[in-house]
Design a protein around this ligand. Structure first.
Ligand SMILES: [Zn+2]
Length: 710
């Protein structure tokens, strides 16, 4: 295990990886703050060596009860308080301290006093008073916190009806970005990494998995044991427990899923994962985590996929969309190097994880599937980035790579396409600067080797880059006019450079030509029939539909012709294709295809396929239809999603309340004239998407639906 380099923080919220450095304000250790964590005031006062969780899972009561042991070493004198992040949903019963004896003296056991203070709406501050008489710098001690946690933002209890098999309940956790403080008290910052272990007791028939490198199971005691032997930040600790079975799909990979979807999952991934891992290792060096397993979760999983180390969590809804599944899994594999091995030290620089992982994902797909496919996927995503840009405006601060948090802002809300795609463009620019993509691969390998198991800031990456390519440093590459590194990091607006994607022309060209044909008031039916969508790849079709969606509202005659040409064909395609066509249907109030919207919403119960359609329905003239479908399906929706949809449906900008709207009569088959008057597209079409556990729906542009992979 590599020794951790502990970053320190200044009041200006810059992370200093060299403790003696100071920030621009001249302040150093102890004078800094991070606004998203209560533990910021003191986490650099301790080294967290390891922590252990011992939990009993009670599905009937939806509770986890047990204790956590933290092994800490004070690294500064005079430390009297330990501050950890926690959450109101986590109830602490007691806190004890053990200080190992020295020179033959016995261990010291003490009961500690503590206080929980409010911090933000996503967390609380746990202040533990330390016994000054026994806490000494560099002398390890243990804190044991006995607690019960229920249904906080990190913990998703699913009743049996919400699982794929509908026979047993299931629970999973989702820590990103700052949710795990409701799972266990912690330094909830990516700057702090430690090893961890866990003992989890469950009822019979339940299998537990964690983001850990080792596991063991005692059938007699129904106890699962886990150990993560490499240091990870708190947000990468993850657990899932339910009726899960597995099948091996490679020498170091297995798929886990509920029995009813296991065969399908294996058939979609078998043979591919090891190939992708091998390509990634050829590019970026050894995969350090040992295993790469994947667990498929029910549609209630609030995002598409999460890069939990050793065990990617992924939503089962993506199984039917092969190319999206491929991209999402490769993206999570890329996080094994970028994000998990080397982590952004603050959430303000999330692009260091997502921008680099997106670049790495595209290097892998270029090697495995060719440049044309990779360029097509990139065009599709950069289209979405520019769509978002148009909606947000050029001066929106969320388009900065280095975000600046204000107190109380949940870092999860800053997860957006800029983090991924503007970050990707900056990394592509660095790659282009060095002039040779293979040399840049070597740089990335060296970057991982130097910083693995630590957390970094952008300056670390850029300093290392200029050190690796001294000729660029000599030529002042960081200062090229209009492309200054500082400008990349701190300016609002679109990327300053986009990579050459002309190699994708063979695939994007037909899409462009078909879009042009449909761009007239009287499309040439004969010419259109020469394009056979059934032979297109999914990314070609979704790119085509996204561009049609951008042009909505369309003339009614064009909509009729589109429906005649494609509606039946698209019915047989995957959900990523279908939702886009149905959004076009809704945004154009095209009633003949409304039954297709209903059957889609009756089938799909994941956030990524329901929220965009309900928002479009409510943004137009089909709200009554939406309300009716919602009442038909709500029993099969997770309570968090149900709440989000209720907010969309019943808390409109007009201030309508749930009680008044639900009392309005609704027709089951709207017979209103198809009006072209629709709200302009507010949100990017879905591709994949992390969303905070229970985000507000307030009618403003919400980044929660900016669909990105975690
Ligand atoms: Zn990611």
């Amino acid at each position: 295990m590599a020794e951790l380099q502990r970053p320190t923080l200044c009041c200006c919220r810059k992370v200093l990886t060299v403790p003696s450095k100071s920030c621009e304000g001249g302040r150093t250790l102890g004078q800094c703050r991070l606004v998203d964590i209560a533990s910021a005031s003191n986490f650099h006062s301790f080294k967290l060596r390891h922590f252990h969780l011992d939990l009993h899972l009670n599905f009937a009561l939806k509770r986890m009860t047990g204790w956590q042991v933290l092994e800490l070493v004070p690294i500064q004198p005079g430390v009297q308080t330990l501050v950890l992040d926690t959450h109101p949903s986590l109830h602490i019963h007691s806190i004890d301290c053990k200080v190992p004896g020295t020179a033959g003296s016995p261990d010291i056991f003490l009961s500690l006093t503590y206080r929980v203070d409010p911090f933000t709406d996503y967390g609380s501050s746990l202040n533990i008073s330390l016994p000054a008489s026994v806490i000494r710098p560099h002398r390890a001690f243990q804190i044991t916190i006995r607690y019960t946690t229920t249904d906080g933002p990190a913990i998703w209890w699913l009743d049996a009806e919400l699982t794929c098999g509908q026979t047993r309940p299931l629970v999973f956790t989702q820590g990103h970005s700052v949710c795990n403080r409701s799972f266990f008290p912690c330094f909830d910052t990516p700057a702090v990494k430690s090893t961890y272990s866990a003992t989890v007791r469950v009822p019979e028939g339940v299998t537990v998995l964690m983001s850990a490198s080792r596991s063991a199971y005692s059938k007699q005691d129904r106890v699962f044991q886990f150990s993560m032997e490499f240091p990870v930040p708190a947000y990468l600790v993850a657990l899932v427990a339910g009726d899960l079975q597995h099948a091996d799909i490679g020498p170091r990979s297995r798929v886990w899923a509920e029995p009813c979807i296991l065969t399908c999952a294996v058939s979609k991934l078998g043979g591919s994962v090891e190939r992708w891992l091998a390509v990634a290792e050829g590019l970026f060096g050894p995969y350090v985590w040992g295993r790469y397993d994947i667990v498929f979760l029910p549609p209630s999983f609030p995002i598409v996929a999460m890069e939990n180390p050793c065990l990617t969590f992924i939503i089962s809804s993506i199984l039917e969309s092969r190319e999206f599944l491929l991209i999402d899994v490769i993206h999570e594999i890329a996080h094994g190097w970028f994000g998990n091995a080397v982590t952004n030290a603050t959430w303000e620089e999330m692009w260091l994880s997502e921008g680099l992982a997106t670049y790495a994902q595209r290097r892998i797909t270029t090697e495995a599937y060719g440049e044309a496919f990779t360029c097509l996927e990139t065009v599709f995503r950069l289209d979405a980035l520019h769509r978002q840009m148009r909606l947000l405006g050029d001066n929106n601060p969320v388009s900065k790579l280095q975000a600046k948090f204000e107190p109380g802002v949940n870092p999860s809300s800053l997860m957006n396409l800029f983090t991924y795609e503007k970050g990707f463009c900056f990394v592509s620019y660095l790659s282009q600067l060095c002039g040779d993509i293979k040399r840049f691969d070597s740089f990335l390998r060296a970057y991982i080797e130097k910083f693995k198991f630590s957390s970094v800031v952008a300056q670390d990456l850029l300093d290392f880059f200029l050190g690796f390519f001294p000729e660029l440093k000599e030529n002042c590459a960081s200062q090229r006019e209009g492309l200054e590194f500082e400008r990349w990091l701190n300016d609002c607006g679109p990327p300053l450079f986009e990579p050459d994607l002309s190699a994708g022309g063979v695939l994007t060209g037909p899409v462009q030509r078909l879009c042009e044909l449909w761009g007239t008031d009287a499309p040439d039916a004969q010419a259109i029939t020469t394009f056979d969508l059934s032979t297109w790849s999914t990314f070609q079709t979704v790119l085509f539909l996204d561009r049609l969606l951008d042009r909505s509202p369309l003339p009614h005659e064009v909509m009729s012709q589109l429906s005649h040409s494609y509606s039946a064909l698209l019915d047989g395609m995957n959900a990523e294709v279908r939702i886009r066509w149905l959004q076009i249907v809704v945004r154009n109030s095209f009633y003949p295809d409304l039954p297709r919207v209903r059957s889609f919403l009756l089938k799909h119960t994941s956030r990524m396929y329901t929220v965009p359609l309900y928002e479009d329905l409510c943004g137009g003239v089909m709200k009554c239809f939406a309300v009716e479908v919602f009442y038909q399906t709500q029993a099969r929706l997770h309570p968090n999603l149900r709440r989000t949809l209720q907010q969309i449906l019943f808390q409109t900008s007009a201030g309508t309340t749930m009680s008044t709207v639900s009392a309005l009569p609704c027709t089951s088959s709207p017979t209103l004239d198809a009006s072209p008057v629709l709200a302009p597209p507010v949100l990017a079409p879905p591709t994949t998407g992390p969303t905070p556990a229970d985000p507000p729906a307030n009618g403003t542009i919400a980044l929660r639906d900016v669909n990105v992979s975690a």
